[in-house]
Design a protein around this ligand. Structure first.
Ligand code: GDP
Ligand code: MG
Length: 754
């Protein structure tokens, strides 16, 4: 028989770690909520008749966030045969809240008490049989990371799914129900719950829930009745709507609820919450013995790393180092080798030589050598740098540091009316914007969610790394500050945009509370690091060999052919090519940014297809131009390098190059990310606003950088200097003006005073 078992638990309790271990799959593991936003399916390796569903992490089954809705809709409507409720044992009190709600649903629950390695190390003791009896379901100790308890968990889950409850477990509690279990699973399970479920509410609440159950019964499978009745009692609108109550029934239910509310002088939902927590604290008190030891090492590290004074400087230093090492020092060394030696000397030259020797037509030679190898090779050349960066990011994530940063950022963001939840998509977006945008689903308020979607792609994702490294290398000779500055320009743009938008009426409002467990630091698991790096790098290679290959051919064609001397054909002068004509038509847009030439314009626009395109296009241009990809060779620095010739016409080429970097970093992301953005915004109006804002912001930042730079360095003062100063003034004004809330408060204060 085939069974479906759902994996439910709080965010960060180890669901995905367990899922991957059981199914052998390589879902992404993250140290923060929002990593698993959709459910994932897999087959348990050791019991192939069980399909396991990894659900998004939730703290409760209330209908406030998208994950909560996904999770509970799945559990109630698709009826898995059993639920494995993964509980972070090192944080048991908070985790059991969800457990109580899962138990109400009426599907057999097996509690997997995860992170027992941490509990054991702390010296805490949990009385498993007692906990199991109090909850009324089997409890199995496991460690998803260390791998103990897993087989026993699978066995128990299998039994639970098969019998609707665990037979020997039931036997142990009460013999007579156990026999019934085999006859009719559902009924037996129901009875079993009725007789043994310990989590009951106080008498008046129980009475009300029972009466509500009488009113609504018959509209759902019997085993879910209690859950529905509780939800109706809590005035859960989604559930109420789904039941289609008539006027009379609604009135009846309402009078039942309000009677209890009057008696307790509290709203029904908080009565339920309060009593659940009372139940949990009794359970924990009776089953968990905590060792009172001093601060753990993890706590000590946190004292420093998340401290108010040192937290931020440490984060800045860490990220600086990460970008410096991966892009500027080791990364550049390896990339030099891959670009010049590997792609240039080992592939491009021999291929050119060979094609020449077998007498292939010139144009075909050029297509292969300049177009395909030039375009794809230029991008692939940056793979080593990217891998090094991804390794660093994966290690920082996996050991638990990045989760601390989200927590740290919450404190800072909150001051501006934003929540630390908005920071998590940014962290994820440092790999790729698409999952970053998806991760915004954890944010409840639409306004904050939109704002976060809008800002997520300001971060330098993996695909942006090549042009950042390229500019750092050719324009600045690998100066130490260039690559890290891109990262902080990204974060800076997020914060500035956040503050500005939060002060407008469209986005104002209080930030959502941000709760997150900080799992103890642990040495990174190499397997996780490997998969995370693999996933990101292979996506990069896939793009290079598909979309970039394709566009490389198109670009090669457009820049090799054109109208010259009256006819159409291959042109010797790049400036006569089709690409030049197209690029020249809109290059003026970038003149105020210092790079108003067709090559830079075309590569910026093609960056929308994929950000790697920017480097690929430059590779082709310089390859057609002088036949070699000398992309990051420091010896070719300055005006001599083919890349720097793009900026040669500007007053200060490096200023134009930096403005180019800023523009492409902050502008609209690639099509894939725009697709995700539009999909998540679910509104054309907001999508267009986002795209407009991103383009505008990128252009203005680039314009300010270039014009102030040449003004300060050369004293060039003109129309665009004034424009830059004006823009800067407006940004500063929007940044520092009082928030609308404060304005209202002030107004109110004045009126009362008068
Ligand atoms: P999810 O959000 O529930 O899917 O949780 P993840 O599987 O992504 O894990 C969250 C964090 O907890 C990761 O850093 C894991 O490495 C860590 N973790 C998971 N299981 C264990 C465990 O048994 N012991 C310890 N010490 N850490 C664990
Ligand atoms: Mg997960």
């Amino acid at each position: 028989m085939a069974f479906t078992v759902a994996l439910a638990g709080n965010p960060n309790s180890g669901k995905t770690t367990l899922f991957n271990r059981l199914t052998g799959s390589t879902q992404r593991i993250g140290n923060w909520p929002g990593v698993t936003v959709d459910r994932k399916e897999g087959t348990i390796k050791s019991k192939t008749d069980i399909t396991l569903i990894d659900l998004p992490g939730v703290y409760s089954l209330s209908p406030y966030t998208m994950e909560e809705v996904i999770t509970r809709d799945y559990l109630v409507h698709e009826e898995p045969d059993a639920i494995i409720n993964i509980v972070d044992a090192s944080n048991i009190e908070r985790n059991l809240y969800l457990t109580t709600q899962l138990l109400d649903i009426g599907i057999p629950v097996v509690v997997a008490l995860n992170m027992m390695d941490v509990v054991n190390k702390r010296g805490d003791v949990i009385d498993i049989p007692a906990l199991s009896e109090q909850l009324g379901c089997p409890v199995i100790e496991i460690s998803a990371i260390k791998g103990f308890g897993i087989q026993s968990l699978v066995g128990t889950a299998h039994e639970a799914a098969h019998f609707g409850a665990t037979p020997h477990f039931v036997e142990a509690v009460e013999g007579d129900v156990a026999t019934a279990v085999h006859h009719d699973q559902v009924i037996a399970h129901h009875q079993y719950r009725e007789t043994h479920f310990e989590r009951t509410f106080t008498a008046p609440v129980e009475a009300a829930i029972d009466s509500i159950a009488q009113v609504i019964q018959g509209r759902m499978p019997i085993e879910h009745l209690r859950w529905y009745a509780i939800k109706v009692f809590e005035r859960d609108e989604r559930v109420e709507k789904s039941l289609h109550l008539n006027e009379a029934e609604r009135a009846q239910v309402e009078s039942l609820i309000s009677a209890v509310e009057t008696e307790y002088d509290d709203v029904s939902s908080s009565i339920v919450t309060g009593e659940s927590y009372d139940f949990i604290s009794t359970v924990v008190e009776q089953t968990v013995t905590k060792q009172q030891v001093g601060m753990s090492l993890s706590d000590k590290i946190d004292r420093v790393v998340t401290s108010r004074i040192l937290g931020l400087p440490i984060f800045v230093a860490v990220m600086f180092l990460v970008y410096y090492v991966s892009v500027t020092t080791i990364g550049a060394l390896v990339t030099d080798f891959t670009n010049d030696t590997f792609v240039g000397a080992w592939i491009q030259e021999p291929v050119a030589h060979w094609l020449g020797s077998i007498g292939v037509a010139d144009w075909l030679q050029s297509l292969f050598v300049d177009g395909i190898i030039g375009g794809v090779g230029a991008v692939i050349g940056f793979l080593p740098q990217m891998i090094i960066l991804f390794i660093f990011l994966a290690l920082l994530e996996d050991c638990g540091y990045m989760a601390r940063i989200a927590f740290l950022m919450d404190r800072i963001f909150r001051r501006f009316g934003m929540s630390g939840k908005s920071f998590i998509p940014l962290l994820i977006g440092t790999g790729c914007g698409v999952p970053g945008i998806m991760a915004t689903r954890t944010i409840e308020q639409d306004r904050d969610r939109r704002m976060t979607i809008l800002t997520t792609t300001f971060m330098p994702c993996g695909a942006k790394l090549p042009f950042i490294a390229l500019i750092a290398g050719v324009a600045f000779g690998g100066a130490w500050w260039v690559a890290p500055s891109a990262y902080f320009m990204g974060i800076g743009s997020v914060i500035v945009t956040g503050i500005i938008l939060k002060k407008t009426r469209l986005f104002s409002g209080d930030p959502a509370p941000f709760v997150m467990e900080l799992p103890a630091y642990h040495p990174p698991i190499l397997r996780n690091t490997f998969y995370s790096v693999w996933e990101r790098s292979s996506a990069f290679v896939k793009k290079a060999t598909t979309i970039i290959l394709l566009t490389s051919i198109v670009i090669w064609f457009a820049s090799s052919f054109g109208f010259d001397a009256g006819g159409f054909g291959m042109v010797d002068d790049l400036n006569q090519s089709i690409a030049a004509h197209i690029g020249n038509a809109f290059a003026w847009i970038f003149s105020p940014l210092g790079f108003g030439n067709w090559k830079a314009a075309i590569s910026s626009v093609l960056g929308l297809a994929a950000k790697e395109e920017i480097v690929s296009v430059m590779g082709i241009f310089s390859s057609i131009g002088d036949g070699a990809i000398d992309m990051v060779d420091a010896g070719q620095m300055g005006a001599l390098s083919p890349i720097m010739m793009l900026f040669g016409a500007s007053a200060i080429p490096v200023a134009a190059a930096y403005a180019f970097l800023a523009f492409n970093l902050l502008c609209v992301p690639c099509f894939a990310a725009v697709g995700a953005m539009v999909g998540e915004m679910k509104s054309w109006k907001w999508s267009l606003f986002t795209i407009g804002y991103q383009c505008g912001w990128a252009w203005i930042v680039g314009m300010i950088i270039y014009n102030l730079w040449i003004w300060i360095a050369l004293g060039t003062f003109g129309f665009w200097t004034v424009a830059a100063l004006l823009c800067l003034a407006v940004i500063l004004f929007l940044l520092f003006r009082p928030a609308p809330r404060d304005r209202v408060a002030k107004l109110a204060a004045r009126t009362t005073a008068a």
